[in-house]
Design a protein around this ligand. Structure first.
Ligand code: ASP
Length: 342
């Protein structure tokens, strides 16, 4: 493995990594990106040229939304030929959602796009920000025979690079804030960067296609014992809903109450896609395995297989906005497009 000088674009969207304590209120707020860089003089030691771009008003990622995702892919599209790789600093709270969405929006990606952030601000003595940022840049710069090794959207946190659309935030306290239960880490950072070559996406050598349209009028319902008929019927009768993700139990099971099945059938009859994902952090939906999912299979509910909820929502937003896939929606949804499902 050799490292030639690479050019990296570092994009700052906000998040804890660039926050400081407000002396009046004690709460964390964003501060200037240039100040952030002053905290990491080590960046100058890296064998790559780093350029930076900051959101005009950096945000806590709880305020993240598709407009910002469109902004992100637009920057990448504009700068795609100028840089070897992209590192996106983002709050950890919604990082898996954003990174999943960006993975779908960038078709035929042939360069690394690495999301990272931190649990503690960069100015904090015990911060995890430095390691996360420095290694993310090294990963984005990693080349073999002058070609980038990582050619997909990744998420780096606490010594592991994951495929971004396989991740979920699992901890608000530990430095190890993310997990990818259904797919192995792409790279482990130790004394060396150990690349799991077999796990990497091998994209086709085609020009980058950037999809900016997303359909946000979708709904996520998490099943729980006791969910009422009124609630379900009210939500499912909303005419504005263009797609539905159901977070079901175990391997894709839910109540067999006739009123629930009837309400779902109505949605499907209007041509609105319904996706079945499991509430379990790991494992897969297998409709028909239990009697409690047979009706879903018969109705034509889409299997999310082992996709995360974050990626399922992003994929739904992305595919609903693609006019050219509406005919074969179910088949295309059930196909892995960016390595998001097994
Ligand atoms: N609330 C912060 C955010 O997501 C947390 C973090 O950055 O880790 O923007």
């Amino acid at each position: 493995m050799t490292m030639h000088t690479s050019t990296i674009l570092l994009i700052y969207t906000g998040g804890t990594i660039g926050m400081i304590k407000d002396s009046d209120t004690g709460s964390l707020k964003n501060f200037n990106f240039d100040e952030l860089l002053q905290y990491i003089p080590e960046l100058n030691l890296l064998d790559c040229d780093i350029d930076t771009y900051s959101f005009e008003a950096p945000i806590d990622s709880s305020n993240m939304c598709p407009t910002y995702w469109q902004q992100l892919v637009t920057i990448i599209e504009k700068q795609y030929d100028r840089f070897d790789g992209f590192v996106i600093l983002h709050g950890s709270d919604t990082m898996s959602y954003s990174a999943s969405a960006v993975s779908f929006m960038l078709e035929n990606l042939n360069k690394p796009v690495i999301f990272t952030g931190s649990q503690l601000p960069i100015g904090d003595l015990r911060t995890d920000a430095k390691e996360n940022l420095i290694t993310s840049i090294q990963l984005a710069a990693l080349k073999e025979n002058n070609v980038s090794i990582i050619k997909e959207v990744g998420l780096y946190f606490e010594y592991k690079l994951y495929r971004a659309n396989r991740t979920t935030k699992i901890n608000a306290e530990h430095f190890e804030a993310f997990a990818s239960l259904n797919y192995p880490a792409l790279v482990q950072s130790g004394v060396n960067l150990s690349v799991n070559y077999n796990a990497l996406l091998v994209p086709q050598n085609k020009p980058l296609l950037v999809h900016k349209a997303l359909e946000s009028r979708i709904l996520l319902i998490k099943m729980f014992p006791g969910i009422t008929r009124e609630t379900v019927e009210h939500l499912l009768s909303l005419s504005t809903i263009k797609g539905l993700v159901l977070e079901t139990y175990g391997s894709g099971n839910l109540t067999t109450e006739p009123w629930f099945i009837a309400a779902l059938q109505k949605v499907i009859d209007t041509g609105t896609p319904v996706v079945n994902v499991t509430q379990c952090s790991g494992g897969s939906v297998v409709m028909g395995h239990y009697q409690t999912s047979v009706a879903l299979k018969k109705m034509g509910v889409i299997s999310g297989k082992d996709i995360t909820t974050e990626a399922a929502l992003a994929k739904l937003m992305y595919l609903l906005a693609r006019k050219d896939v509406q005919q074969d929606f179910k088949t295309i949804y059930e196909t892995s497009l960016r390595g998001e499902m097994s």
